[in-house]
Design a protein around this ligand. Structure first.
Ligand SMILES: *[C@@H]1O[C@H](CO)[C@@H](O)[C@H](O)[C@H]1NC(C)=O
Ligand SMILES: *[C@@H]1O[C@H](CO)[C@@H](O)[C@H](O)[C@H]1NC(C)=O
Ligand SMILES: *[C@@H]1O[C@H](CO)[C@@H](O)[C@H](O)[C@H]1NC(C)=O
Ligand SMILES: *[C@@H]1O[C@H](CO)[C@@H](O)[C@H](O)[C@H]1NC(C)=O
Ligand SMILES: *[C@@H]1O[C@H](CO)[C@@H](O)[C@H](O)[C@H]1NC(C)=O
Length: 280
């Protein structure tokens, strides 16, 4: 992500999630408390040369949801949750670390086209559910179908990904997510140089000079907060930056294309069949 402009400063507590989703404009966007469902994944393995982190989200004490393309080729991974900063020594009291034992790629995942780009990682030992490490709810389909994602909810995106191509943040970042309606996004991608039909399983972020998908962001969660229960629920996972610009150069804005996010609602049945939460 790149965060010159701030989105939300998130003050998380289980009772008062929604009230605290207030925007702030400070030049930084560090999260003040740990959003306990955000997982950071370090893929390892012989097949891959991954040097990047992936983001993910806890949906169960032993299941982490992420994008398939970020994990592809890895046969092992270290997964952490509950860390606000990269200072493991200081944060060990709130954070937990676990390990991938299995990965389930979506059966219709296509690596080259990123179709159905979603995967579930089983971890061992299971995460212990605490006030700083906890699973997130999944969305009710009707609430987030089509452009309802952008119309009905204020969205927030969390990540430990890079600010730009070169610099890692040392604190987890959050930003208010600006949704781009599907029609607009489809028409941008239908043209040169993309000639790409936007898949129904994706949604788009409005192009911006300051916020975008950068290395390490793939799989990091976009959430909304249920107005009745005040509980956060997952709507999407960062997928990819098709122009590979990771908004480093403001002058290139007019050339930016919308970054793509995987929707969660089309995959609810699959997630459920893999042992995810039973009710939405
Ligand atoms: C990984 O890196 C090594 C050393 O740079 C290289 O020989 C190997 O081909 C790479 N493997 C893949 C799958 O890219
Ligand atoms: C959860 O608690 C058990 C028992 O204390 C411990 O063995 C396990 O490592 C913990 N899980 C994680 C992910 O830290
Ligand atoms: C990347 O972001 C960091 C932190 O905002 C900044 O200090 C650095 O100059 C940026 N690098 C580039 C190449 O834009
Ligand atoms: C989406 O497209 C409509 C119609 O072309 C346009 O009026 C509107 O400003 C666009 N919205 C965004 C966010 O680009
Ligand atoms: C997590 O999923 C497993 C099945 O994979 C299930 O046995 C377990 O009860 C679930 N845990 C919670 C807290 O829902």
């Amino acid at each position: 992500m790149s965060w010159t402009v701030i989105g939300a400063l998130i003050l998380l507590s289980s009772q008062a999630f929604a009230e605290d989703l207030e925007g702030r404009f400070t030049g930084g966007a560090d999260v003040q408390f740990v959003p306990g469902f955000v997982a950071t994944i370090l893929p390892l393995g012989l097949v891959t040369n991954n040097t990047e982190f992936c983001g993910g989200v806890l949906i169960n004490s032993s299941l982490v949801l992420t994008v398939a393309s970020c994990m592809f080729g890895s046969n092992a991974a270290i997964i952490s949750a509950g860390f606000r900063t990269d200072n493991l020594v200081a944060e060990i009291a709130t954070g937990q670390i676990s390990y991938m034992t299995q990965i389930y790629y979506h059966p219709d995942f296509m690596r080259n086209t990123h179709i159905n780009d979603i995967a579930i990682i089983r971890v061992y030992p299971p995460f212990n559910i605490t006030s700083t490490v906890y699973p997130i709810n999944l969305p009710k389909g009707s609430n987030v179908r089509g452009d309802a994602i952008g119309k009905n909810w204020q969205l927030t995106w969390f990540s430990f990904g890079n600010f730009n191509q070169t610099t890692m943040p040392d604190t987890m970042q959050s930003v208010e997510f600006t949704y781009l309606p599907t029609k607009n996004c489809t028409s941008i991608y239908a043209k040169k140089p993309y000639w790409y039909t936007l898949q129904k399983t994706l949604f788009c972020m409005a192009p911006s000079q300051t916020v975008g998908i950068c290395p390490g962001d793939a799989g990091s969660p976009v959430i909304a907060v249920d107005k009745k229960t005040n509980k956060p629920f997952l709507v999407g996972l960062a997928n990819r930056d098709t122009d590979d610009r990771c908004p480093v150069t403001p002058t290139a804005t007019n050339k930016h294309t919308p970054d793509l996010f995987v929707r969660i609602d089309p995959f609810f049945k699959w997630i459920q069949s893999m042992g995810g939460p039973k009710s939405q």
